[in-house]
Ligand binder design. Sequence first.
Ligand code: NAD
Length: 312
Amino acid sequence: ARTVIVTGCSSGIGLALAVKLAKDQLKRFKVVATMRDLGKRRRLEDAAGDALNNTLEIKELDVCSEDSICTCLNSIPERKVDILVNNAGMGLIGPVECQSIDTIKMVFDTNFFGLTRLVKEILPDMKRRQNGHIVVMSSVMGIHGLLFNDVYSASKFAVEGFCESLAIQALKFNINISLIEPGPVFTEFETKLYEDAAKMDLSSTDQETAKMFQQLYLPYSEKVFHALGQTAEDVAEHTVKVITSEKPPFRYQTNNLYIPFTTLKFADPTGNMHVDTFYKMVFQHDRIFNASLNLIKLLRWRSRNNPGGKHF
Ligand code: NAD
């Protein structure tokens, strides 16, 4: 069986993925399900059931601490990790002038530096063995920016640039890198974001921006979540497909409904189509029709250029 280490397994996608891999019918995986705070292990234990201490073991790992990463890896026989799933992450929404530099750094420390810490430890072993797969939970916001998600999106862009560069070298050592790009997913991630947003001190911004955030963005974002949201199990299922694929794709979007939005970015190198469409969607609901037309045009463009529209 291949050893898979997954970070951020106390909730959401990490939990669902660790359990799915551990319950694989063919028993192809030995899962090291890690979390920052072992006090939160109960939910994972319950979901793992019989797999616990069988095909799944739980270990402590804080992606913001090199010591914690080393201790965890050293406890794995021969430090042999066949598949790394870098899943731990945090979100941040709101006007940037209302966020402290410390909070912004924390997002990068978790989402970007967390990945680099793990890769620095695990990649050399994978290179020596000329084998391995690094799977990274990115986001559609690693492809395009979104209103009031400036810092979060930047952290995922950082992740994507890092992986895209590294993938070229990795291939020479027979190591694959895959970015998983979910759209909105119903997890604690979303709940936490909205709770934090409700408590956010908006006194450092002007009234118009504050109003835009509370009365426009938040309801808009909830609508998008309801219209397009996926479950963590669904994202986990897609991730298993990528992990078990003969030739894993470098990028994989888990939500077909979201593809028209990400395509805007790829279709127009000036970037205006993306910015204009999202502007219209958020600020000109009555003109949503125009935006939809743009999307349909793009879908046609896409199907002409990619018949079948298969991922891999
Ligand atoms: P979640 O909040 O349920 O899970 C994130 C996990 O990361 C939590 O268990 C949290 O404890 C853990 N974590 C945070 N900091 C950590 C640290 N320093 N060390 C170890 N673990 C830490 O949310 P989720 O939706 O399951 O998020 C998982 C990944 O999916 C994240 O990288 C997120 O950016 C990405 N993602 C989420 C969505 C969404 O809408 N929920 C969409 C696209 C991508």
